[in-house]
Design a binder for this molecule. Structure first.
Ligand code: ZN
Length: 404
């Protein structure tokens, strides 16, 4: 007996095959066991049956760069102490309700989110999402400059106190190449005039190469917060793997990234002191053959110059705004002739393969994890409203159901 059968759905597998206009899909033990067009075979029975009512069934959304468990617990919920754990759960639940089945979380040692590294994983283990953790250190471009680190949570330093042992611990614990280090000082969520050093480069080539080597020796890929060509070139030359943000990068650096197979996690809403990557610039990188994923960097205020983002600039954008953050970029890709299923990969299978390189990237096919959404309209391309995502399924179970 199957655990779940969904029938009468328009199935967007995101594989190379065309969408199935009316089909069915079955799930067993959290994995897609079979799918096809028309009705399921008469012999198939399941514990739960969902009539898709002609809605769209597709892989769940993946946001591979978020901070829902650290500073958002303060900035969104104003929580301290143990209540921060509840705030982290609340933020992750909102992501799940918004159709996001996996996030790439960060622990950068925010001074207020005073949780040890292990607690983050313990919280994630209780949430029915396939989220991953990256551990890192963060340089804030305030006056004076401030350093925080996952290895020394709850503390802020005004000089570089990190040793090889700190980076070893980050490398060992990190589950994906996220914002493991900041190659440019960040303004975080502060206005730019309060962060006069934002954008300055943090590490010289020698130190950077040492840190990257520590990650690689542990068999881990490394990601970095980067803006501008100088730091991107330095990161690439020192052997780095994944550029996060990558705002204000030239097409020359794009060529280098394509040649070296460097992956790019774009945050179209904000994230550095520079104007974020516009839909047109993102399309340019896509045409250069760079592996792209789009992410929210939630929670964050939209950058003042990100005029393609239809969100108020004075309100923190989070998981419920994910589709508004990525929508303009994905629609621009489709306007330029990119297939809709190809554009949707930037918020589904691409970020998932970054988080879980050894697993199936989440196409709807036999053997893939059953992490799916049932929607009224194609997310981001046809609707930015998370309420159009009617059902969210992870681990083969219905976790969110708006039909009731
Ligand atoms: Zn970030």
């Amino acid at each position: 007996m199957e655990d779940l059968i969904i029938h009468n759905a328009e199935i967007w597998t995101l594989t190379d095959t065309e969408a199935i206009p009316c089909g069915w899909l079955s799930v067993k033990n959290g994995v897609i066991s079979s799918l096809g067009s028309g009705d399921p075979p008469p012999s198939s029975i399941a514990r739960a049956v969902v009539d898709g009512q002609g809605k769209i069934l597709m892989p769940g959304l993946v946001d591979c760069h978020t901070h829902l468990m650290e500073y958002a617990t303060l900035e969104v919920h104003h929580t301290q102490g143990k209540a921060q754990r509840m705030a982290a759960v609340s933020n992750l639940l909102l992501a799940l309700q918004s159709g996001i089945v996996a996030t790439g979380e960060h622990h950068l040692g925010h001074p207020v989110a005073d949780m040890p590294m292990e607690d983050y994983r313990m919280i994630l283990d209780r949430i029915p999402m396939n989220s991953s953790m990256a551990y890192g250190c963060c340089w804030l471009g305030f006056e004076p400059k401030v350093l925080t680190s996952a290895t020394r949570p709850g503390k802020a330093f005004q000089e570089d106190v990190l040793t090889e042992a700190d980076f070893l611990r980050m490398a060992e614990a990190s589950e994906f190449p996220g914002e493991n280090l900041f190659l440019n000082y960040t303004c975080a969520n502060a206005p730019l005039d309060q962060a006069p050093h934002a954008g300055e480069v943090t590490y010289g080539a020698q130190k950077l190469a040492q840190i990257i080597e520590i990650f690689h020796k542990k068999g881990k890929r490394i990601g970095a917060h980067i803006e501008g060509d100088d730091s991107a070139r330095r990161f690439i030359e020192c052997g780095g793997d994944v550029i996060h943000h990558g705002h204000a990068l030239s097409s020359e650096v794009g060529t280098l990234m394509a040649q070296k197979g460097i992956k790019l996690v774009l945050t179209p809403v904000a994230g550095t002191s520079q104007r974020p990557t516009s839909p047109q610039e993102a399309y340019g990188f896509y045409r250069q053959g760079i592996f792209l994923a789009l992410a929210s960097d939630a929670y964050i205020y939209p950058h003042p110059e990100a005029d393609w983002i239809p969100l108020p600039k004075d309100r923190l954008a989070g998981p419920a705004q994910f589709l508004s953050i990525v929508g303009s970029t994905l629609r621009y890709f489709v306007e330029q002739g990119v297939q809709k299923s190809e554009a949707l990969k930037l918020i589904t299978v691409n970020p998932r393969s970054l988080l879980h390189p050894s697993e199936s990237p989440g196409f709807l096919q036999t053997g893939s994890p059953a992490d799916m959404i049932l929607c009224n309209r194609l997310p981001a391309l046809e609707s930015e409203d998370p309420a159009d995502i009617c059902v969210v399924i992870t681990e083969g179970q219905i976790q969110v159901d708006r039909r009731i």
